[in-house]
Ligand binder design. Structure first.
Ligand code: SAH
Ligand code: SF4
Length: 380
């Protein structure tokens, strides 16, 4: 049962073509006696044009369209609920996967501001549930269900990309966007449900698909992975040949405080985590985002701020201070804006840059407010 609703039994589905890397798609089409360029055409139709059925791919032969439709689906996630915020800035979709698992994806629109173009950021889930049990997190309290496949991760972005492309086209028609300027989704943050680095291979496979310039084409610098702090995963990511951003959910400046809310700290204590962050910076030359959810009286005092300043002063990083979005039965309360600013000025004495993120929960779900706010912090 989910929200009092019974999930229907497993539905029969064809394999999703979104599970195939480009080289696998090539091999699959070769096995069907198709020339190489067909794979490029199918890829483009799916990811660049956002086609939702093989029947729409009219540049393919009728036979091939038929064969593809008999063998593959273009994704298997069904939209169960789709909500839009009153100000139209945010869409949130609840998807049902073929085995009944439910996951959330959010699209956040940011207006152009002075020197910056408008952005559309998608926040994706990487797991159904999460095994890491952070005490302030709603997903963590649900426990682990399963890893999402690479195709299931990609499909979340693809669904939002179709929406974004349709909006671009409407704007072009209305004359508010210049002709031919199809922008679609501009940023992806891995900070929905689940721990991306605990589903490393599928996450990376999806990132390569999202990053392909002949498809959705999200630039590496516009992709951010948020981790609870799995040290081996951070080290592995540092060695990948791609310039993506890393956000680390630190949430405390010492082991005692961190272990109270984040069980993972017993496995990877702060010293090891900060070392891994330094390694990431050395390998990639990229600044790390440190996520710090402020929990009233638990981790938000001046003492905590000073300790945090001391452990971060030699790390190339930017701290995002986020007053907690209290979960339904959770014991946590929000830090006030004034207290958050005081925390920030303590950090400043160590030359550690930070931003206070204090957006109110938006109408479709307070959780989205939190996501939206965080995503903004990671993509500006
Ligand atoms: N598992 C990854 C990514 C998903 S969680 C991680 O932990 O980083 C995305 C972010 O939301 C994390 O920084 C997490 O600590 C934060 N978060 C979880 N519950 C929250 C809450 N109730 N209020 C504010 N932030 C929360
Ligand atoms: Fe939630 Fe991330 Fe902790 Fe998992 S690791 S419980 S998703 S905050």
């Amino acid at each position: 049962m989910v929200n009092g609703r019974k999930i229907s039994a497993i539905e029969a589905t064809l394999p999703s073509i979104l599970e195939l890397s480009k080289s696998n798609l090539l091999a699959s089409l070769e096995a069907l006696d198709q020339p190489k360029y067909r794979a490029e055409q199918v890829w483009r139709a799916i990811y660049k044009e956002g086609r939702t059925s093989f029947g729409q791919m009219t540049n393919l032969s009728k036979d091939l369209r038929g064969i593809l439709a008999q063998n593959y689906s273009i994704g298997n996630a069904a939209t169960v609920i789709s909500k839009k915020s009153a100000d139209n800035s945010t869409d949130k979709i609840l998807f049902k996967l073929p085995d009944g698992e439910l996951i959330e994806t959010v699209l956040m629109r940011y207006e152009p501001d002075g020197h910056r173009r408008g952005r559309k950021t998608v926040c994706v889930s990487t797991q159904a549930g999460c095994a890491l049990g952070c005490t302030f997190c709603a997903t963590g309290q649900q426990g682990f269900r399963r890893n999402l496949t690479a195709g299931e991760i990609t499909e979340q972005v693809l669904t939002m990309e179709r929406l974004a492309l349709a909006e671009d086209k409407e704007e072009i028609q209305a004359g508010t966007r210049s002709r031919g300027e199809l922008q679609g989704v501009t940023n992806v943050v891995f900070m929905g449900m689940g721990e991306p680095l605990a589903n490393y291979e599928n996450m990376m496979e999806s990132i390569w698909v999202l990053n392909d310039p002949k498809g959705i084409g999200i630039g590496a610098r516009h992709i951010t992975v948020s981790t609870v702090g799995l040290v081996p995963g951070i080290e592995k990511l540092a060695k990948e040949n791609i310039q993506i951003n890393l956000a680390v959910s630190l949430h405390a400046p010492d082991n005692e405080t961190r272990s109270e809310t984040m069980p993972v700290n017993k496995r990877y204590p702060i010293e090891e985590l900060i070392e891994a962050c330094k390694y990431f910076v050395t390998k990639t030359n990229r600044r790390i985002f440190i996520e710090y959810v402020l929990l009233k009286d638990q981790n938000d005092t001046s003492m905590h701020a000073n300790k945090l300043g001391r452990i971060l002063k030699d790390l190339l990083c930017h701290v995002n201070l986020i007053p907690v979005n209290p979960t339904d039965d959770g014991p946590y309360h929000r830090t006030t804006y004034k207290e958050a600013q005081r925390f920030q000025s303590d950090l400043k004495t160590f030359n550690v840059p930070s931003t206070v993120r204090m957006e109110k929960g938006i109408d479709i779900d307070a959780g989205c407010g939190q996501l939206r706010d965080r995503a903004l912090a990671l993509t500006e």
